[in-house]
Design a protein around this ligand. Structure first.
Ligand code: 5GP
Ligand code: ZN
Length: 115
């Protein structure tokens, strides 16, 4: 499993920084966002360090599918049947942590288009 020693989310996955875990399996880790933007707001990350969505390729795209399977499973467990999945890729889109992650937001009306 590739890890980046300087990466905040790699440290969270390893348990070196505490987090409020929602779900974990061999390939992904999910935890509540420290600054929630909705009544339900958690992040799903592959355990493998992938910097961003632009680095998804034929070798690692199975991890993305796996994250979405986990999202569906977690939402069923939380009894959440409507939710938004967001990925920010790159600085202009607002990506602040350079480890691929999917925001899952629920529990309030969502606006479209997003800001
Ligand atoms: P981004 O801005 O890269 O799309 O999303 C990064 C997210 O990580 C933000 O929503 C931010 O609140 C969250 N975050 C940053 N640091 C921590 C932390 O130490 N713990 C948790 N649980 N979330 C964090
Ligand atoms: Zn990382």
């Amino acid at each position: 499993m590739h890890r980046d020693e300087n990466c905040l989310f790699c440290k969270i996955i390893a348990g070196e920084i505490p987090s409020n875990k929602v779900y974990e399996d061999d390939l992904c880790y999910a935890f509540y966002d420290i600054e929630p933007q909705a009544p339900v707001h958690f992040l799903v990350v592959p355990k493998e360090h992938i910097c961003c969505a632009a680095a998804i390729n034929g070798e690692n795209s199975g991890l993305v599918a796996h994250c979405f399977e986990a999202i569906a499973k977690i939402c069923r467990q939380l009894d959440v049947d409507s939710y938004r999945v967001v990925n920010n890729c790159g600085d202009q889109a607002g990506q602040t942590v350079k480890h691929l992650h999917f925001h899952v937001l629920a529990g309030r009306d969502m606006t479209w288009p997003p800001g």
